[in-house]
Design a protein around this ligand. Structure first.
Ligand code: TF8
Length: 334
């Protein structure tokens, strides 16, 4: 009897002194909002990130995703992060230039030639520098996810040359660089939040919009458009942003798990986009849309015509920011 008592006490003692598993982690519900729909590759990225967080936190850190702008548009959600009332958002950088003007660098037309060079710039020194700027305005950037190369869709005519933009009512993001890029091509550019685009296309308030194939597919724009032109005029990144006010209250282990798992999610998301891009294009064609690609000559003409936008916006973005991305790209292209 004495022996048994001793054994059970020893066991109880051992259990109580051993650190409980995942002690550094608290039960967390992390709201992540998005303007796109759940079947966009960001959905795959969030799932992969959750799996990673489950392992690292013993199931304590839970992502709760909100789709289709259910918690407000990109800008509104980002402001909620800054004031510490929402944890996270996956947002385009473009609507955030009012918060951090340097982000406008990613809106410069034809900046990136392909995804590989975008990854190098974003995941490297230059991306880190932008992440520091974001921290200064209350936003922790957990990494650059992919929105992707943007293409034009419209309901009036095929676009084969820049003159075809003349008078076309094109929705642009709430961003002066995009506004000028399209105005400079002769379009009637109209800034509008993403959440209003579908119905504006449907009611013909606007003729056109520009977004990657996967968005034209998953946000169903193909249902209300007739023509798609592969323009590849800009590669805009997604930022996985976290409220700095909230992040700073987390334990270092929790912060590290979020950073590492956001990178896991990013890689999955980019991979799914590469694959879905082709499938989305097929779906768009199968829905009866007329799809064309700008000829190389025409793309070159548009690119050259668009260079005035670089000059016009260099000072607002920050000359050193523009020069440093161009220098990094030149080094990559060597
Ligand atoms: C746009 C953006 C959006 C994304 C989405 C809301 O056109 O590309 O599609 O930021 O997450 O506004």
């Amino acid at each position: 009897m004495k022996k048994l008592l001793f054994a059970t006490t020893a066991l109880a003692f051992a259990v109580s002194t051993a650190a409980p598993a995942f002690a550094e982690f608290k039960e967390r519900t992390i709201r992540v909002s998005n303007g796109i729909n759940a079947d966009h590759p960001v959905g795959n990225g969030i799932k992969a990130m959750q799996q990673c967080l489950d392992e690292k936190s013993g199931g304590k850190m839970k992502l709760q995703a909100f789709w289709g702008g259910a918690l407000g548009g990109d800008l509104q959600a980002t402001q909620a992060l800054r004031s510490g009332v929402q944890e996270a958002v996956v947002t385009s950088s473009s609507p955030l230039v009012g918060i951090e003007p340097a982000l406008g660098v990613f809106d410069l037309p034809f900046l990136f030639a392909n995804a590989q060079e975008a990854y190098k710039v974003l995941d490297g020194k230059f991306g880190d520098m932008m992440t520091e700027k974001l921290a200064a305005v209350g936003l922790v950037n957990l990494g650059y996810w992919e929105n992707g190369f943007r293409n034009l869709s419209n309901s009036v005519r095929p676009v084969n040359k820049w003159e075809d933009f003349e008078g076309m009512k094109v929705r642009v993001m709430q961003n002066n660089i995009f506004l000028d890029t399209f105005q400079n091509l002769g379009a009637n550019a109209t800034p509008m939040a993403f959440g209003e685009v579908f119905s504006a296309l449907e009611t013909k308030t606007i003729d056109a919009q520009e977004n990657p194939y996967v968005t034209i597919d998953t946000s169903k724009f193909f249902e209300v458009q007739k023509y798609v032109t592969e323009t590849n005029h800009a590669y805009t990144p997604f930022l996985f942003l976290f409220s700095k006010a909230i992040f700073d209250t987390y334990a270092p282990e929790e912060q590290a798990a979020l950073r590492e798992c956001a990178t896991v999610g990013r890689d999955v998301e980019r991979g799914v986009i590469a694959d879905l891009n082709k499938k989305s294009l097929e779906k768009i064609k199968a829905a009866g849309l007329e799809v064309n690609k700008l000829s190389e000559d025409e793309q070159k003409r548009i690119r050259e015509k668009s260079m005035v936008v670089y000059e016009k916006h260099k000072a607002t973005i920050g000359a050193e920011v523009v020069d440093s991305v161009l220098a990094e790209l030149a080094a990559i292209r060597k």
